[in-house]
Design a protein. Structure first.
Length: 244
């Protein structure tokens, strides 16, 4: 083969090798960052109370339903939506995710507190100002509330929520993860408060309650900034609750 023909051939080989290495590196990175799904038969029930469009789209359309947050949760849990935290509903499982819920009736709050004290585990995302866009008009009962509707639950557990600090998108720490949040708050009180007040982990009777001062971090489809650790942080907080 002449030198003129060998040169292009070598260039093609070099480019092919470089592309192969790049693809292999990307696949290795994806494997390292992804969390393996639990076998379907071993996934515990995760009860879910939320006003956020995690399961259905904002307009309840049959198209576009489901979110990345829900898909991530379903790799580890059997997600069971419930309407309120009454005693009958809480019998379905041992772990509860309250993601920016509506204000619960007084009787349901009593049931929730008793359930936690009896050994239940709850992760509560209490957002002082929700920045999640909604197509529903103001006043629509299905529109997520503009802020966490606290009816005395946090104070009953010895906590206080303030904020938002800062006002707008911010990168914050949650359990060793750097996540993107939007207008996060600050927690203080009798529980083990960590990450500069972004999270509080409480021992309540025989059970546990973890409160995070933001819910917008679940909106990984819309947040500006790096969100690759957001849902890992969510799973880790749930796993911590189960392990304690």
């Amino acid at each position: 083969m002449s030198p003129l023909r060998r040169g292009p051939a070598r260039l093609i080989v070099a480019v092919a090798v470089a592309v192969a290495l790049a693809v292999a590196g990307a696949l290795a990175l994806a494997r390292r960052d992804s969390r393996p799904a639990a076998p379907s038969g071993e996934r515990p029930v995760l009860m879910l109370v939320t006003t956020l469009p995690l399961i259905f789209a904002d307009t309840f359309s049959l198209e576009g339903g489901g979110s990345k947050a829900l898909a991530t949760l379903e790799t580890q849990y059997r997600v069971a939506p419930i309407g309120t935290t009454d005693a009958a509903s809480l019998k379905q499982g041992k772990v509860l995710l309250m993601a920016h819920p509506l204000a619960q009736p007084a009787e349901a709050l009593v049931d929730l507190d008793a359930w936690v004290r009896g050994g239940g585990r709850v992760l509560l995302l209490a957002d002082p100002r929700l920045d999640w866009d909604s197509d529903r008009p103001l006043g629509d009962k299905l529109r997520p509330p503009p802020a966490f509707a606290d009816t005395g639950l946090l104070a009953h557990w010895g906590l206080k929520l303030e904020g938002p600090y800062p006002d707008g998108p911010a990168q914050v720490s949650l359990g060793g993860h750097q996540i993107m949040a939007a207008s996060p708050g600050t927690l203080s009180g009798a529980c083990a408060v960590a990450d500069r007040g972004f999270v509080a982990r409480c021992r309540i009777g025989k059970g546990r309650a973890t409160v995070v001062a933001d819910a917008d971090f679940l909106n990984v489809e819309e947040l500006d900034g790096p969100t690759n650790e957001n849902l890992d942080a969510l799973l880790d907080e749930l796993a911590r609750l189960e392990a304690d």
